[in-house]
Design a protein around this ligand. Sequence first.
Ligand SMILES: [Zn+2]
Length: 271
Amino acid sequence: MSGYSIKSAGGIKYISFNIFSDTGFVRHAFTTRLGGVSQGPFRSLNLATHVGDHREAVLENRAAVCAALGFGLDEMVAGQQVHGKRVYVVTGEDRGRGAADSETAIPETDALITNVPGILLSSYYADCVPVMLLDPVKKAVGLVHAGWKGTAMRIACAALAAMSEAFGTDPIHCLAAIAPSIGDCCYEVDRPLVDAFNQYGFDPGPFLKQTGENRWRLDLCGANRHILEESGVRPGNIAVTGLCAACSPELFFSYRRSGSCGRMASLMALV
Ligand SMILES: [Zn+2]
C-alpha cells in the first residue's frame, strides 16, 4: 500500500499519507528539502539545528513548516535523537521543548508518543527510517526514528508497546506509515554491521541482498515494515512510499550521498 501525495503549502512541499488524512483528526507531514531559506548543502528546507546550518534559517524553516500545518513553533516538541530505543510520552508540559534550541529538547529519545491534542511531535532525518503511528481508537500518535541501530533494537515495536502501556493502544487498530529513507538500492553494508544486527537479536538475513564478498544491500524500510507486522499492525494498515532519499537529490537530503546536509522532518499532531 502506498497511498501518499506530495502537497504544497506556503511554498513548502511535503509528503502526506492518505491513511492519516482520511481520519480527519490528525495533521501530519514528512517534509522534502523544498521551500525553505537555507543555503549551500542545507538548501533549502533544513529543519535540524545540529548540522552546522545558521540557526536563524533553521528557525525560519521550522516556523514555516509549523504554519503550513496550522501550528505555532511554540507548539512543537523535539527530542535529542541518539540512535537508542527509549520512547518518551509527551504531555502538555513538554509543549515547545526543543522547538527553538536543542538544549531544551527531550534528552536521549528516538521515539515520541502522545495522546494530547495540539502538540506537534517532530523527528529529524537524512537516510534513517521515519515510522509514523496513529491509533485512531484511543486517539494517540507516535514518531519513531529508526536508523540501523534502532531497527536492530526494534524501536518501532518499543513505541507500540509504550503506546499500549500509556494509552491502551492495540496495534491491530493502528495505522502506520514509513516515509522516505535510504532504499536498499543505495544502502550497502559490510560484515561488521550484519554482525551487529545479529548481536541485537535481529536477523537481517531476509532483508539482505548480497552484492559481493562480505557486501550486501540492506532493506531497512522492509525490516521496519516486518517489525510493525510482527508487533500486530495489519499489513493493509501500513503505508510505504518506496521512495529512496539518496536516489532523489532534488527532493530529499541524504547523509550517505552528501555527507554534510540538512534534515527532513516527520511531524504529527492530534487536532
Ligand atoms: Zn536509492
